[in-house]
Design a protein around this ligand. Structure first.
Ligand SMILES: C[C@@](CO)(OP(=O)(O)O)[C@H](O)COP(=O)(O)OP(=O)(O)OC[C@H]1O[C@@H](n2ccc(N)nc2=O)[C@H](O)[C@@H]1O
Ligand SMILES: Nc1ncnc2c1ncn2[C@@H]1O[C@H](COP(=O)(O)OP(=O)(O)O)[C@@H](O)[C@H]1O
Length: 287
């Protein structure tokens, strides 16, 4: 049996580009996204519970600890699918802001899948874990895999592509709760005027060109969230005025991120933002 405690890091993602092609008959939207991990992460510790039970604790007061938690859902899925008798206690140190467009919950689910595969010695491949992840949420397969990927379908079909050049990512999360379903629901896919280019962003990454990555940033969900919440639009403008090299809203929002080449500038932008937004982080791209 593996050691008693297993530790998994659950990093946040940002979307470097996000395009919606059309709405599908199953209610989901067909997307083309390029996602990458950043070094703002939750920490999940897993240990044998001694009983067959699944339980979760956390220092955070902002997440459910019952069956609604995506890490608990991941554990239930594995337990049922593979007839596991053993239980688990998970402790989640939550650092990624909740409902922020940073896939915190999805990354916790992915960390639970990876960690339980080890703790319960299930011997599942990464591909199998990604397929199980797709049953929990569209962003979970990417969070299982990590790195940088082009995601298609509803987000679950993945192709790994080169990581962005190492740079600073300034994240600013305004105190607004955004529902992903509402943002997709507010999008009129047929009326999208400008579609960001997945192939252009992919080429920028293949060339390792920071300037081209910044120029190619685009997210068709941005207009929906910016129209619903003018404070997010204002935050984006401030990030631009403070001199970020590229600025975009991540996922369905409301987190806005700025890509910045130089450390001193990233720190300056963070300081400049503090008057407008409480939750501000300067982190690095992973990879
Ligand atoms: C927008 C994105 C971009 O990475 O991320 P977040 O802002 O949530 O981080 C994702 O597409 C979100 O993925 P995720 O949060 O896993 O979504 P899910 O739980 O699968 O779906 C939540 C709801 O969003 C809508 N949805 C989601 C994905 C998709 N391709 N089309 C959709 O229409 C559906 O209404 C669905 O019921
Ligand atoms: N482990 C978890 N961490 C964060 N949120 C979770 C978790 N499990 C379930 N949720 C629920 O999922 C919703 C979306 O959270 P999150 O994944 O942080 O945001 P997003 O989808 O915007 O990236 C929240 O409303 C929250 O209640």
């Amino acid at each position: 049996m593996e050691s008693l405690y297993i530790y998994e890091k659950a990093p946040a993602k940002i979307n470097l580009m996000l395009d919606v092609l059309h709405k599908r008959n199953d209610g989901f939207h067909e997307v083309e996204m390029i996602m990458t991990m950043v070094d703002l992460a939750d920490r999940l510790t897993l240990s044998n519970s001694g009983t067959g039970r699944i339980s979760l604790s956390s220092q955070s007061g902002y997440i459910p600890l019952d069956d609604k938690n995506l890490a608990v859902k991941a554990a239930r899925l594995l337990k049922q699918r593979f007839g596991v008798n053993r239980g688990v206690h998970m402790h989640l140190e939550k650092r990624i802001p909740v409902a922020a467009g940073l896939a915190g919950g999805s990354s916790d689910a992915a960390a639970a899948l990876r960690g339980l595969n080890r703790l319960w010695e299930l011997g599942l491949s990464m591909t199998e874990l990604e397929e199980l992840g797709a049953e929990l949420g569209s962003d979970v397969p990417f969070c299982v895999r990590g790195g940088t990927a082009l995601a298609t379908g509803r987000g679950e079909k993945l192709e790994t592509i080169p990581n962005p050049p190492r740079c600073w990512v300034v994240l600013a999360k305004p105190p607004i709760n955004v529902s992903t379903a509402d943002v997709y629901g507010g999008l009129k896919a047929a009326e999208i005027a400008v579609h960001p280019s997945a192939s252009g962003m992919r080429e920028a990454l293949e060339q390792g060109s920071f300037n081209r990555v910044c120029a190619g940033l685009g997210n068709v969900l941005e207009d929906v969230t910016l129209n619903l919440y003018p404070d997010v639009r204002r935050l984006k403008e401030i990030m631009e005025q403070l001199g970020s090299d590229g600025v975009l809203m991540s996922g369905s929002g409301p987190t806005v991120f700025g890509l910045v080449a130089k450390e001193e500038k990233a720190k300056r932008i963070c300081n400049g933002l503090r008057g407008f937004c409480e939750e501000v982080y300067a982190v690095r791209t992973l990879g």
